[in-house]
Design a protein around this ligand. Structure first.
Ligand code: 13P
Ligand code: SF4
Length: 299
């Protein structure tokens, strides 16, 4: 039996569904039941009635799946796959600002620990952040942890006052505007699409800014031609399959944590049950409020 056949047999035995983010290795995306961005995968995890969810992504994604669907067993191919940005805010800063600023909503990017989600009024992802922040009644917004996504939202919601915790994605923040401009000089007819986790200078050099799913949608809308891709290059697997007449030029480095998801890891967790997300009930209850509010507001 091939590794893929073994995984299919184990998946049937365990009544499992496999969810994969666009950034995991191609061969893992290829065996997944659902591939998508953070928002799509959170909804898929919340809606599934499979007994086991194998989440190919990073730790906060597995946690969010467990919080949204606690009756399911959630397994990860490598539990050590973490998102550095998920930790880049702290409770004392949030509490201090709540004391100082009236009419404040704490808006938490889903790329965050469950502990941070407990301190938030609402969660967002990169594909729903602008609409959700705009719909909030509060005038003041503390956006944690990503200052780049927060800055992107702030520009589009000028009627609100924003505060930031100063976090960033080390993968997207590596990309410099001069890298994008050099690629653009090499391919002058290429459109530039980047993720809102990129810096303001990179976003200013782009034709389109959106989540991974929105970047795939933007490319599909173009259908042909060339595109410079300013997000983790794992998304090229979907881009090349869905837009076969286009040529893509990746400019962002890989996320090493996303690449910890391997076929061997998928087989291993299904075979032995290792890599299970186990969480404290009170922590899940606290974090569920802001995650479920996101799902309700994004409808
Ligand atoms: P999206 O999936 O919302 O595009 O976010 C990208 C990301 O960095 C996930 O970790
Ligand atoms: Fe976190 Fe950035 Fe990796 Fe996404 S790409 S998981 S935000 S470190």
């Amino acid at each position: 039996m091939t590794l893929t056949e073994e995984i299919a047999a184990l998946k049937a035995r365990e009544k499992a569904v496999i969810l994969a983010h666009y950034y995991v290795p191609d061969e893992v995306q290829a065996i997944a039941d659902h591939v998508g961005d953070s928002f799509y995968l959170a909804k898929a995890a919340a809606a599934t009635d499979a007994q086991t969810i194998v989440f190919c992504g990073v730790h906060f994604m597995g946690e969010s799946a467990k919080i949204l669907n606690p009756a399911r067993r959630v397994l990860m191919p490598d539990l050590s796959a973490d998102c550095a940005m998920a930790h880049m805010a702290d409770a004392s800063q949030i509490e201090a600002l709540r004391g100082q600023v009236k009419d404040l909503a704490v808006v938490c990017y889903i790329n965050s620990t469950a502990e941070l989600k407990c301190l938030a009024d609402v969660c967002v992802t990169s594909s729903n952040a602008v609409a959700i922040v705009r719909s909030l009644p509060q005038k003041n917004i503390l956006f944690i942890p990503d200052q780049n996504l927060g800055g992107f939202v702030a520009r589009q919601v000028p009627e609100k006052t924003f505060y930031f915790s100063g976090g960033y994605c080390p993968v997207h923040a590596c990309l410099l505007a001069e890298d994008v401009l050099a690629e653009k000089r090499a391919h002058p007819h290429a459109a530039v699409a980047v993720h809102p986790e990129c810096t303001p200078e990179v976003r200013a050099a782009a034709d389109f800014v959106g989540s991974t799913a929105e970047i795939v949608g933007y490319a599909r809308g173009r259908g042909e031609g060339e595109m410079i891709v300013g997000t983790e290059p794992g998304v090229l697997w979907a881009l090349r399959r869905q837009c076969p007449r286009m040529t893509f030029y990746p400019v962002t480095p890989q996320c090493a944590d996303m690449k910890r998801n391997t076929l061997e890891g998928v087989r291993g967790c299904l075979e032995s049950g290792r890599g299970e997300i186990v969480m404290d009930e009170a922590l899940m209850r606290g974090a569920r409020i802001s995650l479920e509010r996101m799902l309700a507001l994004a409808k």
